[in-house]
Design a protein around this ligand. Structure first.
Ligand SMILES: *Cc1c(COP(=O)(O)O)cnc(C)c1O
Length: 376
């Protein structure tokens, strides 16, 4: 049996998690949280990062930081996970969905401007499968209309756009360390990137239940008090320790994923040439992080047949996202702007194949053989 996912685990996590367990501080913002944040600030070249319990929580913080109010509009793709939308809906926003590009499955940057109204507050690009959106175009639109850009970079840790790490262009960006992502903080976890320094101090307050506790710990105020709205957006040190171990092994984890990704990609070149499927496209100026390997087949019926074929061989292939604009909550809280030329049709063609740190070459060969067998 080959599952769709296994959480990344190198074996070095035990040591770090045990150290966190035996330390005198297991609650948030201890030594491992600080080590992780410093690592990201250095690797990504960004000014400020804050570890959070999930990417969803990082996006909730972003929605509070940019002051989303009832009636504000937020533009995003419909082809994404619910967590791209929920944090803004929780603040009362209406979601405006825009079609995707069929090559990358990312928001079509050329359709964003037409969806802007005088209520628009933010654009939320999603870097699907760790392939960056066209951030230069999106930031130019945001500048022209004075909008905020919050990057849903959940899948894009250590992916690159024009040779710079993904997550440092928007005013804010959010990453996920869920067990299905490239690096995990023990199952659940996230990170908020603050590129616009105006948000730094308020972000620390929101994350600490609305108090200025962080300033107090740094000795900058002599007592701490309730300053603003907030919640508990701090992960435990056990989570941070697990993640820190994976960051120290990030080259190994990344290389392993890249090897698996390339193996799939090369194996399916011929099927693509013969018109049986489409392989993922990575634009020239983007470097993906091997987060996901997917293929797109002819149509929904072919996909249903392929998935049940693979299931027979106990291969955990899956599909995802029911486009948000067609979901019950999506219709309640949002609307599609413009045509759905690609979102529905392309999402129905997509199949994700097993790809995780510990998958072996033999297992990948097995999956490839069964996919090829289906088309034969
Ligand atoms: C995984 C994912 C999320 C949610 O991440 P959590 O850490 O589970 O909250 C949000 N958006 C996208 C695009 C994702 O893939």
């Amino acid at each position: 049996m080959i599952p769709f996912n296994k959480p990344p685990y190198t074996g070095n996590e035990d040591h770090y998690v045990l150290a966190a367990m035996r330390s005198d501080k297991m609650s948030g913002d201890g030594q491992f949280t600080v080590l992780c944040q410093k690592w990201f600030e250095q690797q990504l070249g960004c000014k400020k990062t804050l570890l959070t319990p999930s990417c969803t929580h990082a996006l909730e913080m972003a929605a509070i930081l940019i002051d989303i109010k009832p009636g504000d509009e937020v533009i995003m793709p419909s082809y994404t996970f619910v967590s791209t939308a929920n944090p803004f809906v929780l603040r009362g926003a209406n979601i405006v969905f825009v079609d995707i590009r069929p090559d990358t499955m990312n928001i079509d940057e050329s359709l964003i401007e037409a969806a802007i109204t005088d209520k628009t507050k933010a654009i939320v690009p999603v870097h699907y499968a760790g392939v960056s959106c066209d951030m230069d175009a999106i930031m130019a639109i945001a500048d022209r209309h004075k909008l905020f850009v919050v990057e849903d970079a959940a899948q894009a840790m250590l992916a690159f756009y024009n040779d710079t790490p993904v997550g440092i262009k928007g005013h804010l960006a959010a990453f996920s360390f869920h067990e299905t992502k490239n690096f995990t903080s023990g199952g659940e976890g996230g990170l908020l990137i603050i590129n616009d320094e105006r948000f730094v101090q308020r972000a620390e307050i929101i994350r600490e239940k609305g108090t200025n506790r962080s300033l107090f710990f740094r000795g900058m105020v002599d007592k701490y008090t309730w300053m603003d709205v907030g919640s508990s957006y701090l992960p435990s040190e056990l989570q941070a320790a697990y993640l820190y171990s994976q960051l120290l092994d990030s080259t190994l984890i990344s290389q392993q994923r890249q090897t698996s990704w390339q193996k799939y990609h090369q194996a399916f070149a011929e099927l693509e040439l013969n018109g049986f499927l489409t392989r993922p496209v990575t634009p020239q100026n983007c470097q993906h992080n091997a987060h996901m390997y997917y293929i797109k087949v002819a149509d929904l019926d072919t996909r249903t047949a392929l998935l049940s074929h693979l299931k027979q061989y106990e291969i955990g292939a899956v599909f995802h996202y029911v486009p948000l604009h067609s979901a019950i909550a999506g219709q309640k809280f949002g609307r599609m702007h413009g045509e759905d030329s690609y979102t529905s049709i392309e999402s129905e063609r997509l199949v994700r194949l097993p790809l995780y740190f510990s998958i072996t070459e033999q297992e990948i060969d097995h999956v490839i053989a069964k996919v090829k067998g289906f088309f034969r």
